[in-house]
Design a protein around this ligand. Sequence first.
Ligand code: KQY
Length: 362
Amino acid sequence: MTPLADGFHMPAEWERHAGTWMIWPERPDNWRLGAKPAQAAFAAVAAAIARFEPVTMMASAVQYANARKKLPQGVRLVEVSTNDCWARDIGASFVVNGEGELRGVDWPFNAWGGLENGLYFPWDQDDLVALKMLEMERAGRYRAPITLEGGAIHVDGQGTVLTTEACLLAQDRNPGITRETAEQRLRDYLGAETIIWLGAGVPGDETGGHVDNLACFIEPGVVLLSWCDDPADAHYAVSRDAEARLLAATDARGRRITVERITMPTPMFYTEEEVAGLDRTHTGTSRNAGERLAGSYVNFLIANGGVIAPCFGVATDVPAAETLARLFPGREIVMLPGREILLGGGNIHCITQQQPRRRHAA
Ligand code: KQY
């Protein structure tokens, strides 16, 4: 059985949430200085979301007491083993049916590319996280027959999926996969009809090009795109290609897509000091001073009544905040320092996973 066959679909992020899940950062080869700056950043994100909806943080046994002391009391803290802390990518993608019943899709995870191209090994505990979330919620589970991360998809909740060829057709996730097979899996497991394909992701994105760092639906028929006007920047061609594809697309309800642009952050790079703060291992991601950070303002979470978005202490932060305020008139825009999260390879959308509200509580 599949969600589609059972009458389930993934709702849009702007639909009402029961809450949001996160994972406490810990591994010192991805998070500098023993993950202390990242823990402060994650705690700030959790506290900001908790103003709008319940937050559940997952933390290891080793970090449980520390996380408890650093998180607001209202944040539910549960002990879950993980290999890192990307709730978007390793958490369940929740689906609902017409009666408001909740289930979840558990995507196989291989650390964004397996033994050859993945970012760390092992990833076995990460791959169990969706199952554990669904156990805690007493929600039914679909184990999908396609390796995929939650950051590789966005939905409009009305039958349309937005994704990138760079990730969904990657042979290091699903050897031999074709576009037709990928589309069928997305339809079956997200309860969708129409797939809109973008090409590459933001240059330097270590996930291989997740859509959640490039573009997202902000309402039915409207996509917000991370934009670049500098022809010398690699993101210039990527953002133009994405816009052309979006303008040529039709969604599941037959609407043409309206594209809203948000200018990408001023280019940012790892510093010597930041890289020196990382533990060096044989099994983690390699990072070097001077490497470009894949910064983006679209890597935000839409919460009940709010939008929790990253800022970076650069000149582009102000126009980004103004753009979000214009596009989300009914929500409070909360911009939080995102550099420490970006240093680990993602941002606020990547570290959160929303759970839709059940219409009838279980
Ligand atoms: O972008 C995401 N969805 C996750 C990024 C993971 C980076 C791992 N270092």
